[in-house]
Design a binder for this molecule. Structure first.
Ligand code: SF4
Length: 279
């Protein structure tokens, strides 16, 4: 975690939000110290009066469990809650605050179905809850690359890629449904044939339920963040990345190539029936 991380404890009025992704979403934090260069949740900054850049502050909803208990009183089941959308619920601060764990317990014991997506092996701490309610839970890990140098540039605060894979393997052994989210697979960096081949090869033994694949969402300053964070890597590759989003022909080409190559490697490793494209 960066030393410069500014943490503020806040009181939320409610924590469940209706969503198109699931029935509800739940975020115990606003902001994320994983600091992914491609993070589109940075749009949240416009609702927050914070002078810090995205990735340099986290607002902690310290009353989230109490508020959640009130929020769920009038909700009729079955319903699914997705954690999380504007933070990683298992980012390093969760080790201290345990808010995602407390909320997860409340929702599982109340009978909600849960979809969890994280890049943190801290979720292992909560395997006891997930295992006890394994019929209600689906656990996902985001993976963009297995290349540790590229990972350190793209998602510096998140767990190492191999740790994420090992965490999923352990979850599966405990009878928990698992999935991966491969995204963003972005031009010149994570959509390459070698990157896709390496990822699918690593996924083949995981007994995954689903594999979601998505492109880069360039809005809300994401391209600027990538340009700044990747400029030391090679100007030409960054220029081509940006070109894929500023030129319609290049964008179609990128989308088509990604779909083609992902299908090819998924088939090669016997995973084609698990793949769901998000575009
Ligand atoms: S883990 Fe998710 S929310 Fe956190 S910085 Fe990365 S993309 Fe954003």
């Amino acid at each position: 975690m960066k030393d410069m991380l500014k943490v503020r404890e806040i009181h939320a009025k409610s924590v469940l939000n209706k969503s198109k992704l699931s029935d509800f979403t739940l975020n115990c934090y606003v902001g994320c110290s994983h600091r992914c260069l491609y993070c589109y949740a940075r749009y949240m900054k416009k609702f927050k009066e914070r002078p810090e850049d995205w990735g340099e502050f986290v607002d902690v909803k310290i009353n989230a469990p109490e508020v959640l208990k009130k929020d769920i009183k009038r909700i009729k089941l079955p319903k699914e809650v997705y954690m999380s959308t504007v933070c990683d619920g298992w980012q390093p601060l969760e080790e201290k605050y345990k808010l995602s764990r407390a909320c997860l317990r409340i929702l599982l014991e109340a009978g909600f179905n849960m979809s969890i997506l994280t890049k943190s092996s801290l979720i292992r701490r909560d395997f006891d809850l997930l295992e006890a309610h394994n019929k209600q839970v689906s656990l996902g890990m985001t993976i963009t690359t297995l290349n540790t140098e590229l990972k350190r540039l793209l998602e510096p605060g998140a767990s190492e890629p191999q740790e994420r894979i090992d965490t999923l393997k352990e979850a599966r052994q405990k009878g928990i449904e698992i999935y991966v989210f491969l995204g963003p697979l972005m031009p010149e960096f994570t959509d390459t044939q070698s990157n896709l081949e390496e990822i699918f090869s690593a996924l083949k033994s995981l007994e995954l339920d689903r594999i979601y694949i998505d492109r880069l969402n360039p809005r809300w300053g994401v391209l600027e963040s990538l340009k700044k964070g990747l400029e030391g890597v090679g100007g030409e590759r960054v220029r081509l990345l940006v070109d894929s989003y500023t030129n319609d022909g290049n964008y179609r080409n990128y989308s088509h190539k990604l779909r083609y190559n992902a299908t090819k490697f998924a088939s090669q490793f016997g995973l084609a029936d698990r793949v769901r494209f998000c575009f």
